[in-house]
Design a protein around this ligand. Structure first.
Ligand code: TPP
Length: 513
């Protein structure tokens, strides 16, 4: 057994069984060891940003880490944006970053770089296995660290000689850490404050937005307390049978206008809300003046237990409100827009679907009618780095092969990691990828006005418009191996989306809006 065998055996022994990879020469031992350790599923991604986003989607859905296999510093660097999103989603991931052999580092060969320093700020744990005997124990440490709580990407650097040299180290088993319950004192403090407040609200995020957290938050809503969820949540059930908290508006001034008069903000599974960006003369913190904030449960705590304890202490009803099933009864007609496309999505989304949302300004059109669609789950863009909608879908589909995955993307966003389409085709994943083709970075046109930078003239527009040349999405998707269709009317989208939901396997839909 060499170090690479020890690594894969340890990962498998710790239930890490999917590897989203883009290998190089320094990772050849790992690649060869896959043949000797068939419990690990290798998934080739043609860009590291696809591999890391896929590991994020997998971790969010499987509640356990996948590993990535990345080629030294540059491979890691290509994957950073989606690892940033994963860190903001608190998703467990184990990055295996290949490195030069330990004795080769001193020569500063072309691919040499300071991987530890590159990976450090974006990892919850980073270490280098500088001998084969260290590989198994460090791999187990990486798995444990990735769970947090809250979780995140852990990065294990694997020098080539640690992978090729023999070792007798047995696979080490990591302890999966438990989320501690919030202390009774924290619950009591919130209880007293809520009783004293005139207009209290609860803001939930992270684990509090999963099924059990939502159920407990709904009890607070039934007790008369307004419940908001963070604007962007890693994984949240939506649709019939689920509680629908209000959503913190994206634009800060809208959030503050809505929260006007709130005198107590209780945080569960999240932290104080802040504006996505700073704007001249606008506040950063989205807490109204004079409003007290109190944490019921931090991100690493069991917020669902905290919400339950609070609901019990308040004498809230055992059950809170849930969404009815209300599916738009007639097919939309006429011009295609995010709104009409959203009606078709709400009509045909099957129960248990996983929606990976990177659709920027088209998102609201789908979100609104989907509030009463068949129950499904939504994975959002947690870290603001666009280009995750297609990779997330790869990972979600590998984690949940029996569920339909729908990936919604802006055309700008989809271009960052368009290589994911090839992996969807190669792995025959049950993913329907939708691209909203408006031929522009629409949000940036809006933001340009909001920042006070003014309206785009001809030079500025060159950095905001995508229409020249227009991207031929259907050819691109077909070229990467997917069946693809272009929809220019609501009727065409209705037909295409209904057909995609009724069949299994990869499908690409260009929605011309
Ligand atoms: C990694 C990264 N690069 C750049 C940006 C800045 N950015 C935010 S939205 C956006 C364009 C989105 O365009 P598109 O996906 O077409 O959606 P639309 O705004 O048209 O709805 C860009 C470039 C970002 N958020 N993340």
């Amino acid at each position: 057994m060499n170090g690479a065998d020890a690594l894969i055996a340890t990962l498998v022994a710790n239930d890490v069984t999917a590897c989203f990879a883009n290998p190089g020469t320094s990772e050849m031992q790992f690649v060869a060891a896959l043949d000797r350790n068939p419990q690990m599923r290798p998934v080739l991604c043609l860009f590291e940003g696809v591999a890391t986003g896929a590991a994020d989607g997998y971790g969010r859905m499987a509640d356990k880490p996948a590993c990535t296999l990345l080629h030294l510093g540059p491979g890691y660097g290509n994957g950073v944006a989606n690892l940033h999103n994963a860190r903001r989603a608190f998703t467990p991931i184990v990055n295996v970053i290949g490195d030069h052999a330990t004795y080769h580092r001193q020569y500063d060969a072309p691919l040499n770089s300071d991987i530890r320093t590159l990976a450090g700020p974006n990892s919850v744990w980073v270490d280098s296995a500088d001998s084969p005997a260290e590989v198994a124990p460090l791999a187990a440490e990486a798995v444990a660290a990735s769970y947090g709580p809250p979780g995140g990407p852990a990065s294990l650097i694997l020098p080539a000689d640690s992978a090729w040299l023999e070792t007798t180290a047995e696979p080490a088993i990591a302890q999966r850490p438990e989320r501690p319950a919030p202390t009774p004192a924290a619950v009591e403090e919130v209880l007293v404050a809520i009783r004293a407040a005139k207009t209290p609200m609860v803001l939930i995020g992270g684990q509090a937005c999963r099924a059990e957290g939502l159920k407990q938050a709904a009890r607070l809503a039934a007790h008369g307390i307004t419940v908001y969820a963070d604007t962007f949540v890693a994984r949240q059930p939506r649709g019939a049978g689920h509680f629908a908290p209000k959503r913190m508006p994206y634009f800060g001034e809208m959030a503050l206008a809505e929260l006007d008069g709130v005198d107590l903000m209780v945080l569960a599974g999240t932290t104080e809300p802040v504006a996505f960006f700073a704007y001249p003369n606008r506040p950063s913190l989205l807490v109204p003046d004079g409003c007290e904030t109190l944490s019921l449960a931090g991100r690493g705590e069991d917020a669902a237990l905290g919400l339950a304890a609070l609901a019990d202490a308040l004498g809230a009803p055992a059950e809170g409100p849930v969404q009815p099933l209300k599916i738009p009864d007639s097919a939309p007609a006429g011009a295609l827009s995010p709104q009409t496309a959203g009606l078709s999505v709400a009509r045909h989304l099957p129960e248990g679907a996983i929606v990976c949302d990177d659709s920027v300004t088209s998102g609201g059109g789908v979100a609104v009618p989907s509030m009463t669609a068949r129950p499904h789950e939504v994975l959002a863009l947690t870290g603001g780095a666009i280009g995750i909608g297609l990779p997330l879908a790869v990972g979600a589909a590998v984690a949940c092969p029996d569920r339909k995955v729908v990936s919604l993307n802006g055309d700008g966003a989809a271009m960052y990691t368009v290589q994911a389409l090839w992996t969807i085709a190669r792995e025959n994943l049950d993913v329907t990828a939708v691209v909203f083709a408006n031929n522009t970075y629409r949000i940036l046109n809006i933001e340009m006005m909001r920042t006070g930078a003014g309206q785009a003239g001809p030079q500025a527009a060159k950095l905001l418009e995508l229409g020249d040349p227009a991207i031929d999405w259907v050819s691109a998707a077909k070229g990467l191996g997917l069946p693809a269709v272009r929809c220019a009317t609501a009727e065409e989208f209705e037909t295409a989306f209904a057909a995609a939901m009724a069949q299994r396997g990869p499908m690409f839909i260009e929605a011309v809006i």
